[in-house]
Write a protein that binds this ligand. Structure first.
Ligand code: SAM
Length: 222
């Protein structure tokens, strides 16, 4: 079982109260010399591996002058990293709490980031970017609060259905979409949904930590 599930789950009598207590206060976190504050309710990039794997991947690319979107940016750590490498960065999120957290962290790190509250591509167009990074919610459950949207993608994977539909509609062939997914989620199910819109997943990196494998995919038009 992956670390997200262990912390969310829920039935674990030790981890659940511990995680709830820890995540009930603003916490500082430093990675690659970037110091951020993570507001309670915002996805903590230090407690899970996905954000760090995305940053390690980004650190091997030449980002200078590229136009980058982090879709669903949470605390904004990856966006700040990319901005520090000279990219022109947009950080979007559906949750207003994340928007104020990203604003706070961008300012604290002296980075200019375009920060937009948007449900998927409603107010940002995939066409405007060279790279789009996505660390999505992937548990099939209906989110009951705004904060739960960091975890739950809807009972019928509505997040992915809408995302793939919009990518097919609007993505130009040169926009690179990089998504991280854990083996903890129903990978085949998610990829089958992408296939409906002729989108193809190619694995570009895989990392294991604490018994959980995370895969990085490049999503292209078939
Ligand atoms: C797993 S967290 C990842 C946060 C951040 N990218 C990171 O790697 O640390 C998923 C993020 O996506 C956001 N999100 C969920 N549904 C969204 C939607 N429909 N449109 C935009 N953002 C969304 C959540 O609010 C959350 O901040």
């Amino acid at each position: 079982m992956g670390i997200r599930k262990k912390i969310l789950n829920f039935a674990n009598p030790i981890l659940k109260p511990l995680a709830h207590w820890y995540l009930s206060k603003p916490r500082t976190y430093t990675f690659k010399k970037i110091k951020i504050v993570v507001y309670p309710g915002v996805f903590h990039p230090g407690l899970f591996f996905s954000t760090k794997i995305l940053i390690r991947h980004a650190s091997q690319q030449k980002l200078d002058k590229l136009r980058i979107l982090e879709l669903g940016a949470g605390s904004g750590l990856l966006s700040i990293y990319c901005a520090k490498q000279g990219a022109t960065v947009t950080a979007s999120d559906i949750n207003p709490l994340c928007i104020s957290n990203i604003q706070y962290n961008a300012k604290a790190n002296n980075q200019e980031i375009n920060i937009i509250e948007s449900n998927l591509f409603e107010l940002v167009s995939p066409d405007d970017f060279d790279i789009i990074y996505i660390n999505p919610p992937y548990y099939p459950r209906k989110p009951k609060t705004l904060n739960e949207q960091a975890w739950f993608c809807g009972e019928n994977y509505e997040y992915f259905n809408r995302l793939f539909f919009q990518l097919k509609e609007k993505k130009s062939t040169i926009t690179k979409v990089i998504m991280i997914l854990s083996e903890d989620c129903e990978l085949d199910n998610i990829m089958a949904r992408a296939k409906i819109y002729n989108l193809k997943f190619d694995m570009i990196r895989s990392e294991s930590a604490w018994g959980e494998k995370n895969h990085l995919y490049s999503i292209t038009n078939e």
